[in-house]
Design a protein around this ligand. Structure first.
Ligand SMILES: *Cc1c(COP(=O)(O)O)cnc(C)c1O
Length: 356
């Protein structure tokens, strides 16, 4: 195995996914699994299918294509509102997408009609988080424009995101408003629009508490299933495994050095001016992993007595003076990644992603 690596425990993710599918099922909701956390790895899509999820979501067409090339186990949905320039590829790649622009929907409709295919679109509503989506007051007019589509696009429902750009949390109120938005569009267009899809992990809390209003019937989720955490609520999800992912890196040097640098200190490579406390001589492991591979503020050593000191683009310095293990050159160290670190590792071409 080459390092650095992101090691993914398939059984743990499958276990988490099954628990989430069952919880949502008991509340009358389907689950669509988001694969962007691991760069659209087809293995993750297969795990989601095995757990009983109903579809695969990713923010990048490239990832959805990769999943398709490996034999998509479930329908695919593009969850980043499509760019005008990628509509042809979207029509060829994904059965469904989230959209928030009338012109884009019209163009997709034209493309699908001329290709003799039909694609489903969920209308993205801004539920207050101020990322993408129609503002609710715009909906009557938008709905009138959606009425005259030529049949290439089927409007299948609405969707919203919470806690993505501004941290706005889901509530029974804003979710109920979403269902109302669906009803407004459905009434004006005459379309049947069964899907009301919400994301992401922050919605799980309301599902647990049985507070999701009638009509909300799809959860899109990534973080909770893979990491067992719910960043928006700042909580760990007590009934999910939190050790499915491990980041490993190799020690390329290990020796004692002073804890305060020698010389005048300016700004380091990333424009920060570090502060130092004199702790005497410390044993420092220099690991072959850096900011090009991982978000170093978002990983935690599995060895509780090891402490990350700093990092450059290619090196991570860990204080191992008090560590449980007598680390030496050539040893591996393991870390638990949070969401941003998972994304960085999965995206870095220098990090090998290994499912085991
Ligand atoms: C990333 C994403 C999700 C999944 O969010 P998590 O909080 O990671 O579960 C759901 N929907 C959309 C549109 C997303 O971009």
């Amino acid at each position: 195995m080459r390092h650095p690596a992101l090691i993914v425990n398939k059984e743990k993710i499958l276990g988490n996914a099954r628990v989430v599918a069952e919880l949502c099922g008991s509340r009358g909701m389907d689950v669509w699994g988001v694969t962007k956390g691991l760069s659209g790895d087809p293995m993750l899509a297969r795990i989601y299918a095995k757990a009983g999820f109903r579809g695969i979501c990713d923010s990048r067409l490239r990832n959805l294509r990769k999943i398709g090339d490996a034999g998509a186990p479930l329908p695919r949905q593009l969850i980043r509102i499509a760019m005008m320039s990628e509509l042809r590829e979207l029509a060829a790649t994904a059965e469904m997408s989230l959209q928030s622009d009338i012109e884009t929907i019209r163009e997709l409709d034209r493309i699908c009609v001329s290709a003799g295919i039909r694609r489903e679109v969920l209308i993205m509503i801004d539920a207050g988080d101020l990322r993408e989506g129609f503002w609710p007051t715009e909906l009557p007019e938008a709905a009138r424009e959606l009425k005259d589509l030529d049949g290439g696009v089927k409007i299948g429902g609405v969707a919203a995101n919470f806690a993505c750009a501004s941290g706005v949390l889901p509530t029974p109120d804003n979710m109920a408003r979403l269902v109302k938005c669906r009803d407004v569009i459905s009434e004006i267009t005459g379309y049947e629009m069964p899907a009301v899809s919400v994301g992401g992990t922050c919605c799980l809390k309301m599902i647990e508490d049985g507070l999701v209003p009638e009509g909300v019937n799809v959860l899109r989720i990534c973080e909770g299933v893979i990491l067992g955490t719910d960043t928006a609520f700042g909580r760990v999800i007590p009934y999910l495994a939190r050790d499915a992912l491990t980041v490993t890196a190799e020690i390329a040097e290990c020796r004692q050095k002073p804890s305060v640098p020698v010389g005048d200190v300016g700004y380091q490579a990333f424009g920060e001016k570090p502060v130092f406390t004199d702790r005497g001589l410390r044993k420092r492991a220099v690991l072959a992993i850096g900011r090009q591979d991982v978000n170093i503020g978002r990983i935690t050593p599995l060895d509780e007595n090891a402490e990350i000191v700093t990092a450059s683009s290619d090196h991570l310095i860990v204080d191992v003076t008090d560590a449980k293990v007598m680390y030496k050159t050539g040893d591996l160290m393991s870390f638990r990644p949070l969401y941003p670190a998972m994304l960085a590792c999965a995206t870095s071409e220098y990090v090998e992603v290994i499912f085991e």
